[in-house]
Design a protein around this ligand. Sequence first.
Ligand code: HEC
Length: 153
Amino acid sequence: MKSTRYGIIIVCLVSLVLVGCGQSSQDRSDNNPSTENTIATRQALYVTHCAACHGAEGKGQFPDDPYGLDANDLVGAPPHDATGHTWHHPDAALVQIIQNGRSQPGVYPMPAFGDKLTQGEILAILDYLKTWWTPEQVVAQATASAQYTPSVP
Ligand code: HEC
């Protein structure tokens, strides 16, 4: 009886250690040792660099009509939340858009952040955007990311 109880305790301890390890391996702060990828850092980076155009809650530049034309006949910065299109792109494609920016007719330009943000900071911002997605969107995008670039975590 006593040994069964010890066995259960050991199983619990081992599970705790495994759960702890799992969480720390998901934390990608090692991509950029100077910036800790914490929830506070992710939000601060987003607010500093992205929120002015994409909105504090990721609802886009013109939340009432995110894909409509404004007075200049241009579409504004799109939403990044669950109503947006961002989650359709794998991580590697999102990192590229953010590093290089994007400019196309009929849409306001997306500035390039390649010289302002490290890859670790961009991944931290993506982690923040993902908090706005549904669990299904998170899984679908993670699957696409894994298939697109198997070597990138
Ligand atoms: C000056 C305004 C502005 C700022 C600041 C800005 N963006 Fe954008 N962003 C845009 C616009 C406008 C587009 C649409 C460009 C296009 O589709 O050609 C866009 C598009 C994007 C897209 C593509 C979305 C999709 O579904 O295809 C991503 C991802 C993105 N931005 C992320 C970011 C992140 C992350 C930041 C902060 C580091 C940021 N943007 C800062 C204006 C901005």
